[in-house]
Write a protein that binds this ligand. Structure first.
Ligand SMILES: [Zn+2]
Length: 320
């Protein structure tokens, strides 16, 4: 069975693994990115650790068919590098694709946006397996997206397609990390839900949420969920608003892509049915009925492996 080497680059950790063609992770590891020390040093460290993993697995680079790299965007896929990612300052222009290829005997390497890679991973090996049109959404610090349509990952003109978290929901909403106002993720990411909760508490609303957190400043979505299970009125109100924002964005996604399935991952999905049941109903309400009727909305299946497995999915594509 063919195997690839996969890298999942993040602002704090740089994970890697050897993945077989059926999606099985044969071995994996991680190093700290230490992004501020620069790309060259981080790539050298992760390459050394990956060489050790290959030695442990009794594999040589020539036993592999390609290298996949999942990275936060934006990317320059022509030069094979990060291009202005806020979490990787100073990495712009460093030829990570070429350098990792060189480290492993010239294996073909491909860098892809991490959410696009995750979409291909869930399509090939996860909750989208067997479907032709799969959109992946992650609801965590931000909201990210990726789309596989008619069996092909949508990369777009320069590799940055499906920045779905930056669909503007309003004209003049809260400021988003991208610099615009009113983006979907500025309302409905885990970070945004926690921020809206803290704002309501700071405005003087009574709630058990502060008690769970210790102080208003420490409130996260975890404390909101705790209060939600006790039917705290403010928690219920903020959660219902959040579900509405999520449903609006997903409705737009359904109308845009006409997917068979939307696979949803990220920390906020820990809420389980309390999220998925009302979110499906809202999304369907905001989408055209004919499109909503064929689209299921399901939890992601790859969990913590999604970065490495997604990068591997891209590598298998690059190897064909
Ligand atoms: Zn934005």
């Amino acid at each position: 069975m063919r195997k690839v080497l996969a890298f999942d680059l993040g602002g704090t950790k740089f994970a890697f693994g050897v993945v077989a063609e059926d999606g099985t992770v044969l071995g994996s590891g991680r190093v700290e990115t230490l992004a501020e020390k620069g790309a060259a040093q981080a790539v050298a460290r992760v390459a050394a650790a990956a060489h050790q993993l290959l030695a442990d697995l009794k594999l040589r680079p020539s036993d592999l068919c390609a290298i996949g790299i999942a990275s936060p965007g934006p990317l320059d896929t022509v030069r094979g590098c990060v291009d202005g990612s806020p979490n990787l300052p100073g990495w712009t222009g460093y030829p990570i694709e070429g350098e990792l290829s060189k480290s492993f005997g010239g294996l073909p390497a491909r860098i892809d946006n991490d959410c696009n890679a995750a979409a291909l991973g869930e399509y090939l090996f996860g909750a989208g397996k067997g479907k032709k049109n799969v959109v992946y959404i992650t609801i965590s610090t931000g909201i990210g997206g990726g789309a596989v349509i008619d069996g092909r990952l949508m990369r777009g003109a320069n590799g940055n397609a499906a920045e779905l978290g930056h669909i503007p929901l309003t004209m003049d909403g809260p400021r988003c990390g991208c610099g615009n106002h009113g983006c979907w993720e500025a309302y409905a990411s885990g970070t945004a839900i926690a921020r809206r909760t803290r704002e309501a508490l700071a405005a003087g609303r009574a709630s058990s949420i502060t008690g769970f957190a210790g102080s208003i400043e420490q409130v996260t979505t975890h404390h909101l969920f705790q209060a939600l299970t006790q039917k705290d009125p403010l928690a219920v109100e903020i959660w219902d608003q959040s579900i509405d924002y999520l449903g609006r964005g997903l409705g737009a996604v359904i109308n845009t892509f006409n997917p068979d399935v939307i696979v949803v991952g990220g920390g906020v999905t820990a809420a389980g049915d309390a999220l998925f049941v009302p979110m499906r109903a809202k999304a369907n309400g905001y989408a055209f009925p004919r499109l909503a009727a064929v689209c299921s909305i399901v939890p992601a299946a790859l969990g913590g492996n999604v970065g490495v497995v997604g990068a591997a999915a891209c590598a298998f594509e690059a190897a064909v």
